[in-house]
Design a binder for this molecule. Structure first.
Ligand SMILES: Nc1ncnc2c1ncn2[C@@H]1O[C@H](COP(=O)(O)OP(=O)(O)OP(=O)(O)O)[C@@H](O)[C@H]1O
Length: 443
């Protein structure tokens, strides 16, 4: 049954419309304001939002940007038709002027729903990218979007959790860009990619002469992010000393640069991310419990790609389109065999692995459909953690053995970025695994 969301503050009109649309076979959710629509109404599965332009609080048109890409039909009075035209420019799918006949509204809705039907499964389907840059219509992804919408405007600290390559950084950016700090800077530090000895001065700044090499004073990233957002990626790698200092900043809002006795107040929203199980790290004494509780005021959990299988093809199509546009090539499609490989592959490297495989396929394909040979993914439903670049002869090696062998054999001829890409992991994950396996990068 087609699901609509009706946003109208006049209760009588709303209930009349609701009854009328239900009689014509629609499932109708209702809200009295745009805020209520975003907070209370379940947007998952909504195919069209029908919203009054004038509402108490934010206007109906704000849903165009904030409803995660769900098409919006604006109802407007004659006096605000100009506004409706502007709404069309902002991306509303259509508008209807009040007063209107109910049948006229019904015809408009039917036309819009018919136009929005996805084409037959399998072949190219225009990917739906929402204002957050997140692709995927699965209910798990919808839940993530709802969560972002709900918490973006708050100032509370957010902990983004999820395996490598699930989109944690994208979510951090979406939180910043859709909050009230969007016009201020978002500053990112990858805690795994900076030597332990430098993390504190990088974050909190230092005085001139605070340590050997500190030839001038440095304000630090907290100060750089003042008024905006500081994104600490791989927070699980933060050394215990820096954890204690970070906790103090979060408690007081005051930063004291290394080697200084003076503090400075900063107004920073902190978003942190990790692929680690921080609760377990707390139990093992590797992460401070008090900091953990301070960080997870709000949490966003990202599902692995396998937990949202329905999104694999939408993502693949979107990445193909992007890669073709980037390469200035006409759009390519996936062969039936490639689709079935994508459906059965385990994707231990999550969306990043899929993105890399598709980019490689676009480069390798000769212009016909993309086949399994271009994707270079294994077809076995092994569910294991095997890197996508692993050739079949190496199938019996453990992932760690494979990683060691691949890195040792290729590090002299490939850049770190290329090594990471071939292994289907981020540079950061490569760096981290190198540390863990005592395979430091050659100087
Ligand atoms: N839902 C999504 N829609 C579109 N692109 C996505 C999505 N999720 C992830 N990506 C893409 O996948 C790649 C990896 O995402 P991102 O860097 O945000 O992951 P991550 O969880 O921070 O990974 P890591 O922990 O390894 O850094 C990026 O290129 C990102 O744009």
């Amino acid at each position: 049954m087609t699901r609509l969301l009706l946003v109208e503050d006049e209760v009588v009109i709303r209930s009349e419309l609701c009854r009328f649309l239900s009689r014509h076979g629609y499932e109708v959710a209702e809200a009295g304001s745009a805020e209520e629509a975003l907070e209370r109404a379940d947007l998952a599965g909504v195919q069209l939002i029908v919203a009054d332009m004038r509402l108490p609080g934010a206007p109906g048109t704000c849903l165009i940007e904030r409803a995660g890409g769900v098409p919006v039909l604006i109802m407007t009075s004659y006096a605000t038709v100009r506004g409706a035209v502007d709404a069309m420019k902002r991306g509303a799918v259509d508008y209807i002027s009040k007063p209107f006949e109910f049948d006229e509204l019904l015809a408009t809705i039917e036309r819009l729903i018919a136009g929005a039907q996805p084409p037959a499964p399998g072949k190219s389907r225009p990917p739906r990218e929402d204002p957050f840059g997140l692709i995927g219509d699965s209910s798990a992804m919808e839940a993530v979007r709802q969560r972002i919408r709900r918490i973006a405007s708050s100032d509370a600290t957010v902990l983004v959790l999820g395996a490598s390559g699930t989109g944690k950084e994208l979510v951090a950016r979406a939180l910043h860009e859709h909050g009230h700090r969007a016009a201020r800077p978002m500053v990112t530090l990858n805690c795994a990619a900076i030597p332990e000895s430098l993390i504190e001065s990088e974050l909190f700044g230092h005085e001139r002469g605070a340590f050997t090499g500190a030839t001038s004073a440095y304000a630090g990233l907290f100060k750089a992010a003042d008024g905006g957002t500081l994104f600490l990626d791989e927070i699980g790698e933060l050394p215990l000393n820096a954890q204690a200092r970070l906790l103090r900043v979060l408690q007081t809002g005051d930063v004291r640069p290394v080697g200084s006795s003076r503090t400075q107040h900063v107004d920073v929203r902190l978003v942190a991310a990790t692929h680690r199980d921080l609760a377990a790290e707390v139990k093992e004494g590797k992460f401070r419990g008090d900091l953990y509780f301070r960080l997870r005021v709000l949490e966003v959990r990202l599902p692995s790609l396998r937990e949202r299988e329905d999104d694999v093809l939408a993502l693949a199509h979107a990445f193909i389109e992007r890669a073709c546009t980037k390469a200035g090539r006409p759009p390519l499609d996936l062969s039936e065999e490639a689709i079935s490989v994508l459906r059965s592959h385990a994707f231990p490297g999550n969306v990043r692995e899929l993105e890399n495989a598709v980019e490689r396929a676009v480069v390798l394909s000769d212009g016909g459909d993309i086949g399994p040979e271009h994707l270079g993914l294994d077809t076995a439903e092994d569910g294991g953690e095997r890197a996508s670049a692993a050739p079949s002869a190496e199938a019996s090696l453990s992932l760690n053995d494979y990683f060691r062998k691949f890195v040792l054999e290729n590090q002299d001829k490939l850049t770190e970025a290329e090594l990471a890409r071939r292994l289907g992991m981020s540079r950061k994950a490569l760096w981290e695994r190198r540390q863990r396996m005592n395979l430091p990068r050659k100087k």
